[in-house]
Design a protein around this ligand. Structure first.
Ligand SMILES: C[S@@+](CC[C@H](N)C(=O)[O-])C[C@H]1O[C@@H](n2cnc3c(N)ncnc32)[C@H](O)[C@@H]1O
Length: 275
């Protein structure tokens, strides 16, 4: 019997080709911080759940070239793009890409020795159900890494009220879609509830100020792109006006110009194990 779908009621970022390109760029922006904390050298066969366009898959294949990776994502559009990007690895049999719901995966019990989940649980209705489903397909001693947003941590200086108003609406909209923009803070509880053990969490951070002006400017550009990825949906639902979006863009330009600006964002990487 098919389990209840865990898909949220909508997807704030949309599936345009610009948005797909943004996912590849985003993966590289966070790569060093996230993957310096991830070790799949003792795994051979992992599942990547909510794999999107395969941006993280590419990175894992570069860093752990021995891995076999089975990807699954609910969106045909994202999976089509992943199939193009990962064409050679799919032909060689190293990677498989499936369309499917993380809540009801077409995999056998105890099939994998590792799992990777990145920026997925903020978009779903039943994160614990998904973590249980992942546990089902993991072997004894299998590990899961779960990297998830914690959107209340965003800070910038100078004070940017339009950006903060927009950010509130962005996060509130995700809540209204039955997602969770603060899911990172609950990851340890969710992993415990799903039956994992040896749970650990790390707070990962982008923090840029006068020490690193070039990285600060790059991160401001990335962050502006992330915020704007929700703009069409937020305007269409009447949550923000075009004027507010323009004011926010002006604030981002000001952040880039200001010699003393600060931008800060933290999120959570959790690890668990199956026994
Ligand atoms: C923000 S993207 C992240 C993609 C990828 N992990 C990355 O970091 O580039 C979230 C992905 O989760 C997928 N997704 C959302 N709900 C899902 C579900 N219930 N089952 C499988 N995939 C889902 C979406 O289609 C989307 O591709």
């Amino acid at each position: 019997m098919t389990k209840k779908s865990s898909l949220a009621d909508g997807y704030i970022h949309g599936f345009s080709s610009n948005e797909q390109d943004r996912l590849y760029q985003q993966a590289r922006v966070h790569e060093e911080i996230i993957f310096s904390q991830i070790d799949f050298s003792n795994q051979t066969n992992i599942v990547e759940v909510g794999s999107g366009v395969g941006a993280q898959t590419q990175i894992m294949l570069e860093r752990f070239p021995h891995l076999k990776i089975n990807c699954i994502d609910a969106s045909e559009t994202q999976v089509d793009r992943a199939r193009k990007t990962l064409k050679d690895k799919i032909s060689s049999g190293q990677v498989q890409v499936n369309v499917g719901d993380a809540m009801d995966m077409p995999f056998q019990d105890n099939q994998f020795d590792g799992a990777f989940v990145c920026w997925l649980l903020e978009h779903v209705q039943n994160p614990i159900g998904i973590l249980k489903e992942i546990k089902r397909v993991l072997k004894a001693n299998g590990v899961i890494y779960c990297n998830e947003v914690f959107n209340s941590t965003f800070y910038c200086h100078p004070y940017s009220p339009s950006t903060l108003k927009y950010w509130f609406e962005f996060n509130d909209y995700q809540y209204s879609l039955k997602g969770d923009p603060f899911v990172g803070g609950k990851l340890a509880n969710y992993l415990m509830a799903a039956g994992y053990q040896n749970i650990s969490t790390k707070v990962l951070t982008h923090q840029y100020d006068n020490r690193t002006p070039k990285k600060r400017a790059q991160f401001i550009d990335y962050w502006a792109g992330l915020m704007l990825s929700g703009a069409d949906n937020l305007i269409a639902t009447g949550r923000v006006t075009r004027e507010l979006v323009e004011e926010m863009q002006k604030e981002f330009n000001q952040l880039k110009k200001d010699d003393d600006s600060v931008i800060f964002y933290s999120w959570i990487l959790a690890k668990g194990q199956v026994f």
